[in-house]
Design a protein around this ligand. Structure first.
Ligand code: MN
Ligand code: MN
Ligand code: MN
Length: 355
């Protein structure tokens, strides 16, 4: 029997949310069957997908470290949808978490970034490029490319390398790249990193979009890795000793910083961030002390300095920006495991002098 042309096609929406795990939040997701909804393929890649296609949904907060008091029902409210690269016609739907009463949930850090943007930061037209580093790991947790006993050759050949002695996990890496494209994620580049098994994906855009897309990119990372029998870790220091940690360098600008004469605003931004060192470190990810040692292209967390083309500084002003006199700054301190909503909100609070 052939299927009637007008039979309702099921479209699957994967609702993705951020849980309450400490010290580093994790992603959760579950699938909603949409009846009679248009498939995601009816929207261009990267186009804004109307959120009224997706109703609110509930989940069990007691299983996601999100139960508050005796009230364990949490509400998932869709806030951004993209194509699901794993299912023809499906959606990935990023959600904010609310309590059963409809109040902001304490784990909802996206709300903090919205608050700061609404307070006035949005007028500055903030733009962010995150450099998300991650480490591929075997299922026992050891980094890919590390032998069962002992260590691989010392760091040096692995960064942006080619060749089987330097790179492990190329099939994953290529597959992941294609999936970010099929999802319409706002990526700008990919590279292999200094430590074996470590790589980076760059995501850029308007502040809220960039932060949303980092979380969705993390989802696609973990999901792709499943299919390759490996795991993705965003630990800040996945291998102890003389091995690079994993960061999430945060490239930041406002409209004023991007316009001719912007260097004055870039310098002022560095100074403003430098007046709030502890508040920034507090949201730059668990274990920053292990990563920000002063070695491995980092500045010690005990110091704060900024400079043009300085990869030993807390904040680097790229050489090209120094030459032109305008552009952006790079805060090199956020860990790979930092929450991009909190990183963005904190930078905006300092730079725009908001509480
Ligand atoms: Mn980079
Ligand atoms: Mn990097
Ligand atoms: Mn960088």
């Amino acid at each position: 029997m052939t299927q009637a042309a007008n039979a309702p096609q099921a479209v699957f929406a994967e609702y993705v949310w951020i849980d309450g795990t400490q010290p580093t939040k994790e992603l959760r997701s579950k699938t909603k069957t949409l009846k009679g909804a248009p498939p995601s393929t009816s929207f261009a890649l990267g186009a804004q997908i109307p959120l009224d296609l997706f109703s609110e949904w509930g989940a069990d907060g007691s299983s996601t470290n999100q139960a508050e008091g005796r009230d364990s029902d949490i509400v998932l409210r869709p806030v951004r949808a993209i194509h699901d690269p794993h299912r023809e016609g499906g959606y990935l739907v990023l959600c904010e978490v609310f309590t059963g009463e409809g109040d902001l949930h304490s784990t909802n850090t996206r709300a903090e970034l919205r608050r700061v943007l609404d307070l006035g930061a949005a007028r500055e037209e903030p733009y962010i490029g995150f450099e998300q580093e991650y480490t591929l790991a075997k299922l026992d947790g050891s980094p890919l490319g590390f032998p069962v006993n002992g260590y691989p050759r010392p760091q040096g050949p692995y960064y942006c390398a080619v060749g089987a002695r330097n790179i492990t996990g190329r099939p994953f890496y290529e597959d992941f790249m294609q999936r970010t494209a099929a999802a319409g994620l706002s990526t700008t580049g990919f590279n292999w990193e200094v430590m074996p098994g470590q790589a980076e994906v760059q995501v850029a855009g308007e502040a809220l979009l960039a932060a949303d897309h980092i979380w969705l990119t993390r989802y696609v990372l973990h999901r792709t890795a499943e299919d390759h029998g490996v795991a993705v870790s965003i630990d800040a220091k996945p291998a102890k000793g003389d091995w690079n940690g994993a960061g999430m360098h945060t490239n930041f600008s406002t409209a004023k910083m991007r316009a001719p004469g912007g260097m004055a605003y870039i310098t002022a931004a560095c100074e403003a961030i430098g007046r709030n060192i502890e508040a920034h470190l507090a949201v730059y990810g668990y274990g920053y002390e292990e990563r920000l040692t002063g070695a491995h292209e980092t500045c010690s967390y005990r110091e704060f300095k900024y400079g043009v083309a300085d990869r030993t500084a807390s904040i680097r002003i790229p050489r090209s920006v120094g030459d032109k006199g305008y552009g952006y700054l790079e805060d090199r301190r956020p860990n790979a495991n930092a929450d991009p909503y909190l990183v963005a909100a904190r930078i905006l609070r300092s730079v725009c002098n908001l509480q």
